[in-house]
Design a binder for this molecule. Sequence first.
Ligand SMILES: Nc1ncnc2c1ncn2[C@@H]1O[C@H](COP(=O)(O)OP(=O)(O)OP(=O)(O)O)[C@@H](O)[C@H]1O
Length: 293
Amino acid sequence: MTALRAQGLGKKYKRTWALTRCSLEIPAGHVTGLVGPNGAGKSTLLNLASGMLEPTTGAIEVCGGVPGSGPAQLAKVGYVAQNTPVYANLTVEEHLRLGAHLNPSWDAGLARRRVERIGLDPGKAAGKLSGGQRAQLALTLGIAKRPELLLLDEPVAALDPLARREFLKDLMESVAEHGLSVVMSSHLVADLERVCDHLVVLVEARVRLVGDVEDLLATHHRLTGPRRDVATMPSDQHVVSAEHTDRQTTVVVRTEGPILDPAWAVGGLSLEDLVLEYLSNPAEVRPALEVLR
Ligand SMILES: Nc1ncnc2c1ncn2[C@@H]1O[C@H](COP(=O)(O)OP(=O)(O)OP(=O)(O)O)[C@@H](O)[C@H]1O
């Protein structure tokens, strides 16, 4: 099952391509982290997936349907946008009533329990909540909607560390119990490392890397050895980055095969290291593998 499929997807704002030639598949029932520098196109991709924006080129399919194609599609997809949209004049309680009214699969018990646990005053207007409390309210609405796919644009940025941990736990529970799919953009890679099993890295409007986190970690290696020209590396080793001193070379490579050259000391990468390698090397040093599979 595929939660999101994009083929040649692009979005142009006047003269700026915010997203271009984006082709990827995101499996259902997983948490996918969406990372990239400011302006890379993350919100644009999430807006296209939710149906808030229409593509300029290509196609996108979400939970088997076209985003924004009608009430059935809207019911399948939950979206908490970056500015955690809530209605300033409505109280917390009124938001929950609105959620129940608008969403066929609304889980009233879950919404009430979350609001109680977070300590949100049901009678308080959303406009009088703190930024973090507003984010919590918006996230509660997103989870209680019980969508098939929940799109979250930097959901935890405004939350304190404890609230962040609890929210991510709630999210994991919904994934385990209800088969929820999540696509979540964040700059907090350590959080993503805890909850994501799939990763999409966007750089300069393009998909730079996509895959299962375990596979990505198993196929990336940091090699350190005597100085050498990366052009002499085996053809199945895709060079992500290379650094040289007078005597030594350190390269990060992606390869499906073993590293056979005994001159290299081989080390692994954490997810954070991996993401940083791709963010700080936006262009391929020497592509030998098809990176986007
Ligand atoms: N409404 C708009 N009109 C014109 N350009 C836009 C608009 N929205 C986004 N852009 C441009 O599109 C590009 C991608 O923006 P987007 O918001 O998708 O990036 P992002 O990866 O979500 O960034 P951030 O991490 O800062 O939230 C940027 O160059 C941005 O300036």
